[in-house]
Design a protein around this ligand. Sequence first.
Ligand code: BGC
Length: 329
Amino acid sequence: MNIYRKRLIFLLATILFIVSCSVMLYFGYKTFYIEETNNNAADNYRYHFALIAEETENAYWRLIEDGAKKAAREKEIYLEYVAPKKADNDQLLVLFDRMIAAKVDGIIIQGIEGNRFVDLVHKAIERNIPVITIDTDVKSSERKAYVGTDNYYAGQLAAQTIIQHTQGEQRVGIVMGRLDAINQKERLAGFKEEIKNAPRIEIADIKESQITKIGAAQAAYEIYKQHPSITALVGMSALDGIGIVQGMQEVAPEKELYITSFDILPETVEYIKQGNIDATISQYPKQMGRTSIDTLITLQNKDLLKNEKFIDTSIITKGNLEKLSGDWK
Ligand code: BGC
């Protein structure tokens, strides 16, 4: 082999090596999103907390992060926001375990179903790391507190929007974020309980959006295709109402539907102003973030007597939009 050939092979091998390293790093990053939020100089904080969200770029979770970050900055807390790129329970559990191993001073996490979650909470508590569930509770775990909406009650409110604002027989299509999410199940249970008082209202179908707008648009379309006589649609998580409106505008723009959604993301509020969404059930994610930091600080020294910290929720329509005051965005 002459010297040029050898050099060429060496060059190609080096390029191949660099490319494979880059691919490895890129996909490693894509699988888990870990953002270090250095609120203060890393060596100048009182406590190190972790906030583990359902998925990174979800606008609702970004608001929780925002509220938590602000409170953390004020209270000299070093806060890490970590989450799977896309909602995924296995990845969430891996992050949970990793934060326990990192010996943080406290963990704020969305509750998810299953023994593995309960076991990890136990593991954290054994190691003196307080855990707070946020947005979704797991009452059977040893979590020290829950901060978030009373999801059963919120489901009842969603049903009330239809009971109060429609007349005659109603066939309702429901779009849920994830069928196995505890908060979604609680909202559905509250909804079902409430419509027991109104026999003119029945659920025609329930489909899942995977907490994406496109998933909600698709779910709404399928419900409509299979039950063209539906009269109302309910979106049970933050992006579902928006997706329902966009999906229905595409497939049946003339169809009259009563649309109820969840949350008050700016796009949802815009749709309420325009009359595309009739009602939404408000949640205050920024406040959840703030309260969770304050609660975790208290938990550094003592347990709480009252450990369910419910954050406000109510029905918002075009008629009472002014109820959304202050720092809610
Ligand atoms: C729920 C969250 C969910 C989000 C999805 C909210 O309504 O409370 O659990 O992650 O919607 O967009």
